[in-house]
Design a protein around this ligand. Sequence first.
Ligand SMILES: [Ca+2]
Ligand SMILES: [Ca+2]
Length: 500
Amino acid sequence: MKKTAVFLILVMLLAGSVPTASAGTSAQAYLISSPAPLTAAQVAQLRLAGANVKYVYQHFGGAAVTISPKKVAKIRLLPFVTSVYEDTHAQLTVSEFASASYSTLPGTPWWLDLIDAEQNTTYDGSGVWVAVLDSGFFPNWRDYINESSILTQYATAFIGAGGNQNEKKWDNGSTPHGMTMSALISGYWLVDGLNEGGWGEGYLTGWPGTYWVPGIAPGAKIIPVKVCEPMDCKLSAVNAGIDYIIGIKLANPDQPIVISEGYGHSIFTPLDKAALDAAISAGVVVVADAGNGGDSGMWFPGAYEPVISVGAGGWDNQFHNFPDKTWWLEDVPENGVDEVHMHAISSRQLPGQYLDVVSTGRGLLLPFPCPPFTHMAAGNCSSYAIPGGAKSKPYQYNFVGGTTFSSATIAGIVALMLQKNPALNNSDATFGTIGDPSSWGRGFLERLLESAATPIPPGSVQIRRPNGSFITQCWELPECPLEATGHGWVFIDDALAAVP
Ligand SMILES: [Ca+2]
Ligand SMILES: [Ca+2]
């Protein structure tokens, strides 16, 4: 994935937050934690020690600063400072995709059929808010997503697009990742045109037209919070996003809110933990991907047990009749998990990590215009996704995968569960200490979800890829022994039946 080295962090305008001054070129970004939210006097001490203060977190102890590395020792000596870490990046967990080169939807998307969405005709997520902490939206997001699904009054950004200052601009992102996650939850418009995106002849649905593709929880309202740019998520911005959502929750205590996260990192700082603990304690349910690290293990925040973590699986029959692209609408046999495989890139659980459940994360057809990946055909979409280009053709869709999308799927299922019982959350989780994973414990809602999951037996299967080649996927066999499946696959009807 492409890494961008320089990001400008936005001035945060949350009530009580302290605006930034621009950092000197030699300054570096750090995360500082403290036992409680910083007082004005403590912020002044940080400044006296040479720090430019970017964020002062309101609902947990700490700040994001820039400062010369030579002065960090002074910061560490301040009596209220409990840790200082570099402000690093978490990486979005999208993985493979094939460029989509190429009424009534003539079938059900496999990712809904395989989780038995058809068994639920009662719940659609109404009354639940899902905060998608990610890369924000593309400017032409209304081409795909109904505006009524988005709580634009709460949408915001904590990091700028393209390295430019664009304070609070959540819908001019440089990657569609966040919009794509949201479309999976809300449902989206598919405009099926021949040869779209250079994928060869043929229609995605078999016939040209405009189609509505159902979402996991189309009644839920989505709060886009841009904390990544383009594919890297600065931890200071992630924590500012969590702080922001906690504020919304505290102002609306009876409002069920889910945070859906699709990024990860091997580093877990005390500030990251404090942010999650504050959110989960406040009753916000946090769902995160397991990571795309395969056998190298899970990423944070998913590896932290009070978070609901999600690995990625797929349908064995994917791309089986390529180049015919209509396979995604074929009927999935009602055989439980018989046609589920574990995606090799989905992070496996190592000792001290907590993989909870698994859901669909491979070969989902979603709006994904202008992916910033080098193997995508150049110029196939960027000119169509700029302001003023809205409603212009061609629309762009891709078969995408990664634990990002399994995480968003479970966030949507959690929204259905919260509609049935808005009082559910994980506030009774055990937060323990940061260096001791055995001191962490899951909360009530997570236990319900896990109890409803269907175990996936060990296996190995040959999966066809879009280019016609095959790849062996293997899990929990002697040759690939790591725990990959957590408590198993989540079916929507089972998850809802488990809700008291
Ligand atoms: Ca089904
Ligand atoms: Ca967990």
